[in-house]
Ligand binder design. Structure first.
Ligand SMILES: Cc1cc2nc3c(=O)[nH]c(=O)nc-3n(C[C@H](O)[C@H](O)[C@H](O)COP(=O)(O)O)c2cc1C
Length: 399
């Protein structure tokens, strides 16, 4: 896979030190990062820090000699897959909005055709200043991206809006924009399942599990951004489905099973991130179960095994499953991969910190049908979704 290049412009604000964390996160994601610093930014962080993190010279001066073609403003502008300015001062926003190109950063931004993303950080009054807001609006109208600052206690002591968005948010947004420009799933039909199912017991009760649906929704969002036609079959969740995706809401495993099979023939890729209930109560009582002083036994019957059925019916489709385990996860995951005729399985141990149900982050092992195994580090579910989709594309190229 071609390495992407992000040019990171660091400008002169207190939050400049947070750019170090952004650099290191992007590098861990196998992204090539080239840092350009303004004169003022160097008052806050020394270029040496970025040079050490990126293992590349940091560009600070347009007229520095000897200059190499590789780091001159035009070649840098051409090399960029994305331009990120974080933190972005009121000054750089104002300069770009008004066509000023008087240093290396502003000149390179002017010369690039890559998407440009600003992550502003400044004092609340500065951020709310009408000129700054007008500059932001006109840049947005011209297609520049903005990652809104958050509210909180600022370095100057004020409390309000103006704090640099979290590193997580910035990295996620960068990935979304980088991958959306890739469109490598254009024309592909993806079927994604997400969330829990609910198996009714009586008119007021049901059996379910802790699945939040976040993983499946994140994959759907990432796939839509990369140009896929996505059908998302979702159990009950509180999440907003991504725009431009065909959402089918279901409640029980049986309903999910029927909807998945209805849509299976026409899809190219199936990613089953849902946690359907394996069992359901044998009888659904027509009226509410009353409270008595004795124990209550409920008889369960098996639900249809959606993944197994797809594994049997599969023809041209790439089939990806998830295994949420609490122990011996690799062993159970491998067994599931083989038994259900999957092409790939994403295995997580739900007992690990910040992993699995309900979290915004996840950490998985990937196992492919011919034995290839990868351990991915803990990351946000949206970052992870892109990684999973990269692996799916790899499977399509080398089935
Ligand atoms: C201690 C200190 C902190 C500053 N923090 C910010 C900031 O967070 N945001 C901002 O827009 N400007 C901030 N400024 C002002 C900028 O450094 C100033 O506008 C400068 O001209 C920006 O230049 P640049 O955009 O080329 O980096 C700060 C200045 C000082 C002295």
């Amino acid at each position: 896979m071609n390495k992407k290049t992000v040019i990171l412009g660091v400008t002169g604000g207190i939050a400049a030190y947070k750019a170090c964390e952004i650099v290191s996160r992007l590098i861990k994601l196998n992204i090539n990062v080239q840092v350009v610093m303004t004169q003022s930014a160097q008052e806050f962080v020394r270029p040496l820090v970025f040079q050490s993190l990126t293992n590349q010279p940091v560009i600070t001066d347009m007229f520095e000699k000897p200059s190499t073609w590789d780091i001159e403003h035009i070649s840098l502008a051409q090399k960029a897959d994305l331009f990120l300015i974080a933190p972005a001062t009121a000054n750089i926003i104002g300069k770009v909005a008004n066509g000023i190109a008087d240093d290396m950063l502003s000149t390179t931004i002017m010369a690039t055709k890559a998407p440009v993303v600003f992550a502003p950080a400044m004092n609340t009054a500065m951020y709310q200043n009408k000129i700054v807001q007008k500059n932001i609006s006109s840049l947005k109208e011209l297609g520049y991206y903005f990652i809104n600052p958050s509210e909180g206690r600022l370095a100057c002591g004020d409390v309000g809006i103006g704090k640099l968005a979290s590193v997580d948010t910035i990295v996620e947004e960068v990935l979304q924009i980088l991958h959306s420009t890739k469109m490598d799933l254009k024309g592909k039909n993806l079927l994604i399942t997400a969330g829990p199912t609910r198996e009714p017991l009586d008119p007021v009760r049901y059996i379910s599990n802790y699945s939040s649906g976040k993983m499946g929704y994140a994959i759907a969002e990432a796939a839509v951004k990369r140009g896929a036609n996505v059908t998302l079959i979702s159990g009950p969740t509180h999440l907003m489905p991504p725009k431009d995706c065909n959402v089918i809401h279901v409640t029980t495993t049986e309903e999910m099973y029927n909807k998945v099979l209805e849509n299976f023939d026409t899809c190219d890729i199936v990613i089953k991130a849902a946690a359907p209930s394996d069992y359901r109560p044998k009888t659904v009582l027509p009226s509410k179960i009353k409270k008595y002083d004795h124990t209550l036994s409920i008889e369960f019957v098996s639900n249809p095994d959606i993944l197994k059925e797809l594994g049997m019916r599969k023809q041209h489709q790439i089939l990806i499953g998830f295994a949420a385990e609490s122990d011996r996860e690799l062993e159970y995951g491998k067994e599931k991969l083989e038994k259900k005729n999957l092409d790939m399985i994403c295995i997580n141990n739900i007992l690990k910190d910040k992993v699995g149900f309900g979290h915004d982050t996840n950490q998985i092992e990937i196992l492919k049908k011919y034995g290839e195994q990868k351990t991915l580090p803990l990351m946000s579910k949206i970052e992870l979704s892109h990684k999973i989709l990269d692996e799916v594309l790899d499977l399509m190229k080398h089935p």
